[in-house]
Design a protein around this ligand. Structure first.
Ligand SMILES: NC(=O)CC[C@H](N)C(=O)O
Length: 369
């Protein structure tokens, strides 16, 4: 690590850490958040839901297994910046395509290493979500402060339109009878893979596609994807989801898609003090009584208060750490959603049954079962 330049991490509350530069030399800002996963750094960095955020990995050794291009969760690295403890310049995996240093540099991602991530995460846990800036360029305190003040507040920020596909594309067997119109709000590849593996033909549409255009695909069902930003700033997607609910076709939403579906059903969302980001979050399936260990990445949540005051939407899953809403379904419609990530990648596979549930729903719709 001798050849690395110095770098600075400055938090919005004035807390300053010094470390060494990793990735591209530069300056970057975003909302700082932490992921507690012990593995899967590449999948985390390429998850479009992290767009606009600086990620801290609490796992203390990062980079030691390099990167493999086929393991990206989207076409490019999406995080705004990276904070780690021990960064490995060398990697050991015979199938690796690249070192993490080269991978980040090629993707123009600026990061900082040799940070006491335990102290930093404790600090953020106590103070709540906040913006931060990383710089490995020579910047005065004043320059850093100025750059930091330019970083937008995550509250009220619409980000899906920056990461959603520009063109439609398809995944899976085009001869399949089960066709899903996917609204891409910032989708992870493993969601599409999980649907295609179950025989589903998916067509992925840009975030702002009209219902009319979605229907031209003649879909059996609809999927609302994960993605970055504040769901309450996405009136266009909420409107789409409302119109789709009227059609009463099978519909499944994950994470941001879950929040959009909840808003379309008249519920509200809120910004969490600290989000949930990691691979071992326990969730109770309230209908089966089972516990599943889930992969999570969200900083907003569906508010319980309105949920308790109505009868149309049922809570199906509860987060066992903080009792927040982890899943819902519409009582008289074929729409359901979860706040966590059944596709994991990275993470445990306990929740994959939700894809089976969606496919079953669509088979019923087609009278195939
Ligand atoms: N993974 C996601 O879809 C995240 C949803 C939303 N951007 C949040 O932070 O809560």
């Amino acid at each position: 690590m001798e050849n690395h330049k110095k770098a600075v991490l400055l938090l919005a509350d004035g807390t300053r850490y010094e470390g060494i530069a990793i990735g591209k030399i530069g300056t970057t800002g975003g909302e700082i958040c932490f992921n507690t996963g012990m593995t899967g750094y590449q999948e985390i960095y390429t998850d479009p839901s992290y767009f606009g955020q600086i990620v801290i990995n609490t796992s203390s050794h990062i980079g030691n297994y390099g990167t493999i291009d086929a393991e990206n969760e989207s076409a490019s690295v999406k995080i705004n910046g990276l904070v780690v403890r021990n960064f490995s310049d060398i990697h050991s995996r015979f199938t690796a395509d690249n070192s993490l240093q080269n991978y980040l540099e090629e993707a123009n991602i600026t990061g900082i290493a040799e940070i006491d991530t335990r102290a930093l995460v404790r600090h953020i846990r106590n103070k709540g979500a906040m913006n931060a800036i990383i710089s490995s360029e020579i910047l005065t305190d004043e320059e850093l402060q100025n750059k930091l003040s330019e970083v937008p507040d995550m509250n009220g920020l619409e980000l899906s339109s920056f990461v959603s596909t520009k063109e439609t594309y398809t995944v899976g067997d085009e001869n399949s009878e089960i066709r899903v119109a996917v609204l891409d709000l910032g989708i992870k590849t493993n969601i599409l893979r999980s649907l295609a593996q179950r025989g589903v033909f998916c067509k992925v549409f840009p975030a702002k596609t009209s219902v009319k255009e979605l229907l031209e695909f003649n879909p059996t069902g609809f999927f609302l994807s994960n993605g970055p930003g504040d769901p309450s700033a996405m009136d266009y997607a909420v409107q789409t989801a409302k119109e789709l609910l009227e059609l009463d076709k099978p519909m499944f939403g994950i994470c941001l898609g879950h929040q959009i579906l909840a808003l379309a059903g008249g519920l509200s969302t809120y910004k969490m003090f600290n989000g949930h980001r990691g691979l071992n979050h326990p969730v109770k399936n309230l209908e089966l009584g089972n516990c599943e260990i889930t992969s999570q990445n969200h900083g907003f949540g569906v508010d319980r208060e309105l949920l308790n005051k109505q009868n149309e939407i049922v809570e199906t899953h509860k987060n066992l750490n903080d009792k927040s809403v982890a899943g819902i379904r519409f009582k008289n419609k074929k729409a359901f959603s979860v706040q966590y990530h059944p596709e994991s990648s990275p993470g445990p596979h306990d929740s994959r049954y939700l894809f089976d549930q969606f496919v079953e729903m669509m088979k019923k719709e087609k009278e195939m079962v």
